[in-house]
Design a protein around this ligand. Structure first.
Ligand SMILES: Nc1ncnc2c1ncn2[C@@H]1O[C@H](COP(=O)(O)OP(=O)(O)OP(=O)(O)O)[C@@H](O)[C@H]1O
Length: 308
């Protein structure tokens, strides 16, 4: 698939603090690329650089082969929510579509269809300030996609939404990607990211820690875990081979297995006296990979600080 956005070696400092350190990634046509990282990692700063809201100290943002990003081909949902207040929903949607040179008749048809899809049918003449926070977010999301952008950038699109609305957003984002839109999204909701993203870029303290397809990342970082429901002593579980870490509760244990474990061979070594009501083997989730990497980088940093 064609590369739509290419971010090359972005560096950015605020005063003497460097918050982006050589950030490079691409977003291709028809893919959902997630940018992940703990609070303060640099996700929004990266997105603001791409959108030209702030400028990098070094590095480039390239759209197709061009350095000038055509605004009408991009849709953007910023982290800051809230558009205009004393304006009617449809007026605001059409105003923003017009700014992107999108035909008004088509914009109105699409707006009505999207309002219905997002459970806002009949709200077109309501003032934005009369809508709830989640409703406002839906309208803002509609405004970011109404003009059929080639590249859609969503900063925390799921935050503040109820589970039903999250699903509607998730389905629409996937649908847009399937139709060819290149999508870059940042999110803390790992379960949703895991469900919809094709590739991911994880950033920590302004630096890349993971970049690749969800499948590759899982193969590289997601060890297997074995969950056993049953009453087993921790001392017994600790004797099992190739176990990195155990989360133990009286009636349940999760055993995080070494990286090179072949589950079928490992299962053969389980002692017969183990109490098993249920047993399952799964790859660890993106959430667990994220927490592991965030924790290990933090402890490396503390070690570094102690040696400095
Ligand atoms: N305008 C600014 N002036 C000074 N420092 C800033 C500015 N904007 C961001 N920062 C700093 O840059 C770092 C990265 O912030 P950024 O908002 O990009 O993080 P984030 O990954 O989006 O975090 P979150 O998940 O909390 O939204 C933080 O240390 C933040 O304090």
């Amino acid at each position: 698939m064609e590369t739509i956005l290419s971010v090359q070696g972005l560096e950015k400092s605020f005063k003497d603090k460097q918050v982006l350190k050589s950030i490079s990634f691409e977003v291709k046509q028809g893919e959902i690329m997630a940018i992940l990282g703990p609070n303060g990692a640099g996700k929004s700063t990266t997105i603001r650089n791409i959108m030209g809201i702030i400028y990098p100290d070094r590095g480039e943002v390239i759209f197709h082969q061009y350095k000038d990003i055509p605004r009408h081909k991009i849709g953007y949902l910023p982290e800051e929510r809230g558009l205009y207040k004393n304006v009617k929903v449809m007026d605001m949607l059409l105003y923003l579509a017009d700014l992107k040179d999108y035909p008004l008749k088509k914009a109105k048809e699409r707006a009505l269809a999207y309002l219905e899809k997002f459970d806002l049918k009949g709200k077109e003449n309501v003032n934005l300030e009369e809508l709830s926070k989640g409703m406002n977010q839906k309208v803002q999301f509609i405004s970011s996609i109404l003009h059929e952008p080639e590249l859609l950038i969503l900063d925390e699109p799921f935050s503040g939404l109820d589970p039903v609305s999250q699903d509607v957003f998730k389905d629409e984002i996937r649908h847009l990607a399937d139709q060819g839109t290149a999508i870059l999204l940042s999110s803390h909701q790992m379960n949703l990211v895991e469900e919809i993203c094709d590739r991911l870029f994880m950033i920590q303290q302004g630096e890349k820690v993971i970049y690749g397809s969800l499948d590759d990342v899982k193969t590289e970082y997601a060890n297997f875990k074995c969950t056993i429901r049953g009453h087993n002593d921790l001392t017994v579980l600790k004797q099992l081979p190739q176990v990195q870490r155990i989360d133990h509760q009286p009636d349940r244990a999760v055993l995080y297995l070494d990286h090179d474990v072949t589950p079928t061979l490992w299962l053969k070594n389980l002692p017969v006296e183990l109490h098993i009501q249920e047993l399952s083997i799964d790859r660890i989730s993106l959430h667990e990979i994220f927490v592991d990497i965030a924790n290990s980088n933090q402890s490396n940093e503390k070690v570094g600080e102690q040696h400095a």
